[in-house]
Design a protein around this ligand. Structure first.
Ligand code: CP
Length: 309
């Protein structure tokens, strides 16, 4: 299998075989993360830049750790502390980052399509670390890796994605990925947070969350993205938690081997209660850990020799 892409900007663009190849590669990088000395020379001499126009904890840190474990040099750009504050454009910023001889630029941006735009401008590889409400491909890949680790397969699993589907790039990337790999994906959201025509993506809509989770192998909760809503889409946080949150009393409905996921950051007590987030069915911190191996694989395939294996 060859991975011939310059960029990773969306799951929608990838074939099932490419997704499976990335996940296979990530498995060997997971082994490196379990060593005492967690470092290999794979990307020595390469420069990896994280270029973030929005806040991040997990994605940014795990890309940085992934690059360092592969011996790449790393640079961090934050719009909030840069010359963007003096009026520099996105395009000029990208050209300046490229002038530093960057090999890969990992971009998070509030505008959907920003990373696609960057990928057409830059000779360097571009990775989408989340663009507006469009996609967050590396999150979906690490989620799939975690599901595979826990369940041994994705095909045929019953997976419910619940919460603010409309504003969630994580939901979009996961829907594309999980349906391509043959999962039965269902979605649950307040009516105002459910995208029109969502069923055309191959998912079914859940009406009764508490009842439907009885059949679920995976329940993936999503953050309510208040920062992306230009008007209130539900009456209050309390009502959202009451009618759409995953409450502790729902845990008894789950199958023994079901797992609970959340991409983070969590709004505890809103879309997920602390008892659920910290329960023995939660794999939320394992998702974070697996993000390193998946991002090491992506960097290797884009700018290492992984694309030629
Ligand atoms: N899951 C995720 O993208 O988290 P951050 O916003 O902290 O990167």
């Amino acid at each position: 299998m060859k991975f011939n892409r310059k960029d990773l900007v969306s799951i929608r663009d990838l074939t099932k075989e490419e997704i499976e190849f990335i996940l296979e590669q990530a498995q060997s990088f997971k082994e490196i993360n379990e060593r005492v000395i967690k470092k290999v020379p794979t990307l020595r001499g390469k420069t990896v830049v994280t270029c973030f126009y929005e806040p991040s904890t997990r994605t940014r840190l795990s890309f940085e750790v992934a690059a360092k474990r592969l011996s790449a040099d790393t640079l961090n750009f934050s719009a909030s502390t840069s010359s963007v504050k003096k009026g520099e454009t996105f395009l000029d910023t990208l050209k300046n980052i490229e002038a530093l001889k960057s090999d890969v630029v990992i971009i998070r941006h509030p505008a959907s399509g920003a990373t696609k735009f960057a990928s057409k401008i830059l000779k360097a590889s571009v990775v989408n670390a989340g663009d507006g409400i469009n996609e967050h491909p590396t999150q979906a890949l690490l989620d799939a890796f975690t599901i595979l680790e826990k369940k041994g397969r994705i095909k045929g699993l019953n997976i419910i994605i619940a919460g603010d589907i409309l504003h969630s790039r994580v939901a979009r990337s996961n829907i594309f990925l999980l349906t391509k790999l043959g999962a039965n994906v269902k979605v649950y959201a307040p009516p105002m947070m459910m995208p029109r025509d969502i069923e055309k993506t191959g998912v079914k809509i859940v009406k009764d969350f508490r009842d439907e989770i009885k059949e679920a192998d995976v329940v993936m909760m999503l953050r309510v993205q208040l920062e992306r809503q230009n008007k209130a889409l539900f009456p209050s946080i309390r009502e959202y938690a009451k009618f759409f949150g995953f409450k502790k009393e729902y845990l008894e409905n789950l199958k023994n081997d079901a797992i609970i996921m959340h991409p983070g950051p969590m709004n505890r007590g809103v879309e997920i209660s602390s008892e659920v987030a910290d329960s023995d069915k939660s794999v939320i911190l394992e998702q974070v850990e697996n993000g390193i191996a998946v991002r090491m694989a992506i960097l290797y395939l884009l700018i290492g020799s992984g694309g030629e294996s």
